[in-house]
Design a protein around this ligand. Structure first.
Ligand code: NAD
Length: 253
């Protein structure tokens, strides 16, 4: 067995949403290091991600699209057309809005659900349609959360959306496995990114969280690379509908 080729993404094209920073950057750098040409979708410039990938001799193309735009999916399809074929989709972009459940506004609820849940479904559908049509299969990696399993505190829309991501990953895998499309997810634990800046700034919450992580540290964007490469490669070709935790042992507690 050739281990290199089992995990190689040489010749593959990957779309990663939210590639400019945080976990999306970590995933992009990982996929590019394994040989993929990464098309990074973001609202803002992906300069830093591009520089990290080019440093390693990898390939990266920036795709500036606001995923809250009505025609976001059409824009992504048009702006990645030059790739010829996209083989891997990573639904990473996501937002979190913190508030007491009693005070959550409809606007915040809708913004979170639209990006974290609705967009994950319809972007997956858009690429899966092309993969079903050409019969060559594909890989979808959704980014779930510890709140796909737990209730969380003051983030009810986020918990609802990430619980939906776990369920949707199973539902889509059931329908698309027969087309050689692998739909799986990664559930990151508590990672040091913008998403958790407020938690880390709160001394008590930060100490509470850290004290519960068996690995004894917050995760990093780099920690995402291994699971992402695995789920994007042939190594995971008989994995369908599963969510892998990359959490320093949080769920094991
Ligand atoms: P982050 O806030 O640094 O990154 C969020 C990404 O989403 C950014 O690239 C941002 O530009 C993008 N994004 C947001 N709204 C967008 C829009 N309208 N159009 C295009 N892009 C948009 O946080 P992160 O931690 O890197 O989050 C990445 C994913 O990981 C999210 O889905 C998040 O829910 C998930 N996650 C994070 C943690 C953690 O501890 N940091 C844990 C579990 C899951």
């Amino acid at each position: 067995m050739d281990i290199q080729s089992l995990f190689s993404l040489e010749g593959k094209n990957a779309v990663v949403t939210g590639a400019n920073t945080g976990l999306g950057q970590g995933v992009s750098v990982g996929l590019a290091a394994a040989g993929a040409h990464v098309y990074g979708v973001a609202r803002r410039s992906c300069e830093e991600t591009a520089a990290k990938i080019k440093e390693n001799g990898g390939e990266f193309t920036e795709v500036i699209v606001d995923l809250s735009a009505e025609d976001a999916i059409a824009q992504i399809l048009a702006k990645t057309e030059s790739a010829g074929r996209i083989d891997i989709l990573v639904n990473n972009a996501g937002i979190i809005r913190r508030n007491d459940a009693a005070d959550v506004t409809e606007e915040d609820w809708d913004a979170v659900i639209n990006l974290n849940e609705r967009m994950v479904f319809f972007l997956s559908q858009a690429f899966a349609k092309t993969w079903i049509a050409d019969g060559k299969g594909g890989k979808i990696i959704n980014i779930a959360s510890m709140l796909s399993y737990q209730g969380g505190i003051r983030v009810p829309a986020y918990t609802a959306s990430k619980s939906a991501v776990l369920g949707m990953t199973r539902a889509l895998a059931n329908e698309w496995a027969k087309y050689n499309i692998n739909v799986n997810a990664i559930a990151p634990g508590y990672m040091a990114t913008n998403n958790t800046a407020q938690l880390r700034d709160d001394e008590n919450r930060s100490a509470e969280i850290l004290g519960r992580i068996p690995a004894g540290r917050w995760g990093t964007p780099e920690d995402m690379a291994g699971a992402a490469i695995f789920l994007a490669s042939e190594a995971s070709s008989y994995m369908n509908g599963f969510t892998i935790a990359v959490d320093g042992g949080w769920l094991a507690r």
